[in-house]
Design a protein around this ligand. Structure first.
Ligand code: NA7
Length: 541
């Protein structure tokens, strides 16, 4: 007989930890399974040099406990990986969460048993437990993408992915290193690897727009100032668009003169971070407006990088700025002025194979001692589909999502009762401050479970109609922006064969929250609930 729990939580990162906390407070019997050896999820695995969050620390933190918020001392504008990992360890200890987390255990399957309405959850360590609720808190950027380069297994040196960096670090001193990929992870790691390695080859397929992070230590006064207004500040973020601090100027870029625009963009460049994208209201919806910001950054690249050929290669030309995640860097473009750094364009001359002692493109060979894959993630859906999830009648989630991911409100899936996906497809997730979005989902799920218990209901399931209507809405909102046309991981373009769907909700975290709250207030409109004792469904739609 399997152990019977009220709930299983998969993952102990930001989402899993807070879900565990809420469920324990509610008196549920709950266990979290975590593949890593410690808490943190993404922040446990991403130990590469330079790894730092691109949302400010005073925003990228839990708001659910005022004392935690007041007592924790962030030191930098943007938290480094060790900062975030330390914070999450503190959270786990402060709220006594560790005893309910089974570490070094990967959930392999979750199957709904229609017989008793339980989820049967299995792990790679042979566990098999039953639970009334199953919450997938597996992260949006946690399923690593390691391209199937021919010969990759034959390379004699280390091949490390930024998202699985050895805890003991990697010493590149005196070595010839190849970094494949120039997204956020590559851009953060490259300047530091360049300082250590003898030679660095950067294999770039698509140049990204990189703005200065302008990270700096936080002054005690700045921290105190924020702490004094934390409740109202958090409320403002919850009602806002991205869920992090960003002044959004509603004016059209095309209504400003060339001089005005230049002054605004220059100020944003100096401030750093995502400021540039908030400079005008139509940068992400109007190509001509977007071009003004893109051209500004192109000019910066040309002014920083000494070799005009290298500058040209680093300059994005064929997609609007911001529609691939805007990358924040520190000394990134300057790195290409170093004598020991070579940029290799693998768009025009693709990687053909990895050999015993290096990498070969169609036309050249590069001898290397170590290879770094900064090649990103199978975003949003990859970590969910890494589990064999089967709902009512044994239907697999992989089949249900064969033409693209579908989830009502981005949190529940038709045919999968009592299963919740934290920051799932169709929620603001990766286009928002994900910690804020995680908290909103966890609170909503906790409210939903409370509702079921108070009404003596056993299960809740999104209807197919509600799911379809929501995903249509998600698509319509995205279609009004410049995002869907760009080949980005937001649309799955980085993973061969992945259905092309803009996976996040672009309606803003404030409107999204209101919609979720309305659904709950209308007794879970768009869901079907079933009482504990009766098999017949009660429609709320
Ligand atoms: P990203 O942003 O997906 O970047 C991955 C990079 O790797 C990107 O430059 C890719 O080029 C490149 N890539 C992927 N596959 C290949 C192959 N086969 N050949 C050459 N180059 C390849 O991942 P990150 O880890 O940097 O960042 C992920 C998010 O984490 C980031 O946006 C932040 O939100 C935090 P491409 O652009 O696809 O041509």
């Amino acid at each position: 007989m399997n152990e019977q729990l009220d709930a299983v939580v998969v993952g102990a990162g930001f989402g899993g930890l807070y879900m565990l906390r809420r469920m324990k407070q509610m008196g549920l019997s709950v266990r979290a399974y975590e593949a890593g050896g410690g808490v943190g999820g993404t922040w446990y695995w991403n130990r590469y040099p330079g790894c730092r969050c691109d949302v400010e620390s005073l925003d990228y933190s839990y708001s659910f406990d005022p004392e935690l918020e007041q007592e924790w001392a962030w030191t930098d504008r943007y938290p480094s990986q060790p900062d975030v990992e330390r914070y999450l360890n503190h959270v786990a200890d402060r709220f006594g969460l560790r005893p309910d987390i089974q570490f070094d255990t990967r959930v392999t399957a979750a199957r709904f048993d229609s017989g008793d309405g339980s989820w049967v959850v299995e792990t790679d360590r042979g566990d098999s437990v039953r639970a009334t609720f199953c919450v997938l808190a597996v992260g949006c950027l946690s399923a690593r993408n390691v391209p199937a380069f021919p010969g990759i297994g034959s390379f004699e040196g280390p091949v490390v992915h930024t998202g699985a960096w050895p805890a003991e670090g990697v010493d590149f001193t005196g070595e010839r290193v190849g970094v494949i990929g120039t997204g956020s992870s590559g851009v953060q790691a490259i300047p530091l690897i360049a300082e250590q390695a003898r030679r660095l080859f950067v294999f770039q397929r698509t140049p990204h727009f990189v703005v200065p992070a302008n990270n700096h230590p936080l002054s005690a006064a700045a921290v105190d100032e924020r702490k004094a207004v934390y409740p109202s500040h958090r409320e403002m973020l919850r009602e806002g668009f991205f869920g992090f601090t960003l002044a959004l100027n509603p004016r059209s870029a095309l209504d400003a003169t060339e001089e005005e625009r230049r002054a605004v963009y220059e100020a944003a460049w100096q401030t750093g971070g995502p400021t540039l994208l908030g400079s005008f209201g139509d940068l992400l919806t109007d190509r001509a407006a977007n071009d003004t910001a893109a051209n500004f950054v192109r000019g910066k690249i040309a002014s920083i990088v000494h070799d005009p050929k290298v500058a040209a290669l680093l300059t994005p030309t064929d997609y609007p700025i911001g529609t691939k995640r805007l990358v924040q860097g520190t000394g990134y473009y300057e790195t290409y002025n170093r004598d020991n750094v070579t940029l290799v364009d693998v768009r025009s001359d693709p990687i053909r194979e990895i050999t015993r002692n290096g990498l070969a493109t169609g036309s050249s060979r590069y001898e290397l001692d170590a290879i770094v894959c900064a090649t990103g993630y199978d975003a949003v859906t990859g970590a969910v589909l890494a589990l064999d999830v089967r709902g009512r009648d044994g239907v697999s989630l992989r089949d249900h999502w064969a033409d693209g991911p579908r989830a009502y409100l981005g949190v529940a899936v038709a045919g999968f009762p009592n299963l919740f996906v934290i920051t799932g497809p169709g929620s603001p997730s990766v286009v928002s401050n994900v910690v804020l979005s995680v908290e909103q989902h966890v609170d909503w799920i906790a409210g939903c479970i409370d509702f079921l218990r108070s009404e003596d209901l056993r299960s809740i399931e999104a209807t197919g109609d509600a799911e379809s209507a929501w995903m249509d809405h998600v698509g319509e909102v995205a279609a009004k922006t410049l995002f869907p046309a760009t080949d980005s991981w937001y649309v799955g373009a980085n993973i061969p064969g992945k259905p092309r769907v803009f996976m996040a909700y672009l309606g803003g975290v404030g409107p999204y929250r209101r919609r979720c709250d309305e659904v709950a207030a209308r007794a879970y409109e768009g869901f079907v609930t079933r009482p504990a004792a009766e098999p017949a469904a009660r429609a709320s739609a």
